[in-house]
Design a binder for this molecule. Structure first.
Ligand code: AMP
Ligand code: GLY
Length: 421
């Protein structure tokens, strides 16, 4: 089988690494890929958002199966387009992707199917939103309805901050059209966890859970990022809780999507807060998480390819997935300045010094003509390893990280520290 993976992050490198191990796969392509995918796949120089360019490439290279990494091509309708041309593709349709691309859509679905989430209201105009917040208790969370690259969520502690967030989103259009509608919701407290599941439209098959670290600096300080590290499994998210979330969140969502005429196929990712009152949904994503995927896939003992195919073919009920008991930790190495502005083009040293067991998933990297690997983005690498305990995995990862260097490199030192308890 000839497989195409779309995207260029460490998530897509991890997918390529795992899919490449499948005996079903004869040739692997990644568009656009990075320096990490180049040795194991053909990198195609096509942007993930250029869905017509990707269609042409899929036809030209006779691709049998396509896996979509990021949300932007899903929002652009890549699954609808490929399906129209009878190409097999893993991911939800544009209509089903609204679970992530519209928070108002997701909230309405949760309300309709009694899926536990924070109390909320949606607004189409800023005056109504500012009137509403006057009557609420703080803190609150103001969220842009549409995609905002992880930046469209602001926690506000008083009326002034709320008015500013509402004005930024709805009047000053800080996130473009994504902020023309906003959701205002109650701020929840507790431990955060990500539970991803395969869904074929009716059957749900959860993956191992994981925790990610969104803030840039140790102790969850600094601005939000795309993710500075992750670990799996979180000890506090036990089988009983997972079973509860499977029933009241994942299965209820998939049922609701089918009832609404937009059956959900692909990865359903529930971002959850485990509150004193039980698990609550913070958000849905319609794709593999980044960096969660980098710590989930190394724990997956099963071949990933038959699972992806079963999702597309509606045969997930015939599948099981087995997991290693080992703990897995991933640390993101980022360019100085990220998530703000940063420089690129710095040589990366130490990649040849990695010990057995180390997995280095590339994100913003590229190979120069002279073979040198240089930085090419904000998040540069996710360094991953396993261990019998979380503490062992963690200490192995940080010993690998210490070998790697590039100008301006920074990373968090506290990834999986809590999971080791
Ligand atoms: P979202 O894109 O909706 O997941 O929001 C991004 C991040 O904001 C989440 O991962 C949480 O850390 C935080 N967040 C979102 N909604 C809430 C909420 N209702 N209460 C507390 N934190 C939240
Ligand atoms: N880890 C958060 C995300 O993938 O959106």
């Amino acid at each position: 089988m000839r497989v195409l993976i779309i995207g260029c992050g460490a998530r897509e490198h991890a997918l390529a690494w795992k899919i490449n191990q499948s005996p079903k796969v004869t040739e692997l392509f990644v568009a656009p890929g990075n320096a990490g995918t180049a040795p194991i796949a053909h990198n195609l120089d096509i942007k993930a958002t250029d869905i017509h360019g990707l269609l042409k490439a899929a036809q030209q290279y006779k691709i049998d199966f396509t896996v979509v990494g990021p949300e932007t091509p899903l929002e652009a309708g890549i699954v609808d387009l490929f399906t129209r041309y009878r190409l097999r593709v893993f991911g939800p349709t544009k209509a089903a992707a609204k679970l992530e691309t519209s928070k108002v859509f997701a909230k309405k679905l949760m309300y309709q199917y009694r899926i536990p989430t924070a109390a909320w209201s949606a607004f189409f105009n800023p005056q109504e939103a500012t009137e509403y917040v006057k009557r609420q208790e703080f803190p609150l969370v103001v969220k842009a309805d549409g995609l905002a690259a992880g930046k469209g969520v602001i926690v506000v502690n008083n009326e002034e901050e709320a008015d500013e967030a509402i004005s930024q989103m709805m009047e000053k259009k800080a996130f473009g059209e994504a902020g023309s509608r906003v959701v205002v919701e109650k701020c929840l407290t507790g431990k955060e966890v990500s539970l991803l599941a395969f869904s074929d439209g009716s059957t749900v098959l959860p993956l191992a859970p994981a925790c990610d670290y969104k803030r840039a600096l140790d102790g969850n300080q600094g601005p939000n990022t795309g993710g500075m590290g992750a670990y799996s499994p979180p000890g506090f998210f036990d089988d009983k809780l997972i079973e509860q979330v499977r029933k009241v969140v994942l299965e209820a969502t998939v049922r609701g999507m089918a009832m609404g005429g937009t059956p959900y196929k692909g990865i359903l990712y529930a971002g959850l807060m485990l509150t004193d009152g039980g698990p609550r949904v913070l958000e849905f994503n319609v794709r593999f998480g980044d960096p969660e995927t980098q710590v989930i896939l190394p724990r997956m003992k099963s071949d990933l390819m038959p699972l992806l195919e079963a999702v597309v073919d509606g045969k997930l009920n015939e599948q099981v997935v087995s997991w290693s008991d080992e703990a897995c930790v991933g640390v993101t190495l980022a360019s100085g300045g990220y998530p703000g502005s940063y420089q690129t083009g710095f040589p990366i040293s130490g990649l040849d010094k990695m010990k057995d067991g180390a997995l280095v998933f590339h994100a913003g990297t590229k190979v120069r003509d002279n073979g040198e690997v240089v930085t090419d983005g904000g998040r540069v690498l996710t360094v991953v390893d396993n261990g019998k305990t979380m503490a062992e995995a963690r200490s192995k990862v940080y010993s690998h990280v210490a070998e790697i260097g590039f100008t301006g490199c920074y990373y968090r030192k506290d990834i999986a520290a809590e999971g080791a308890l």
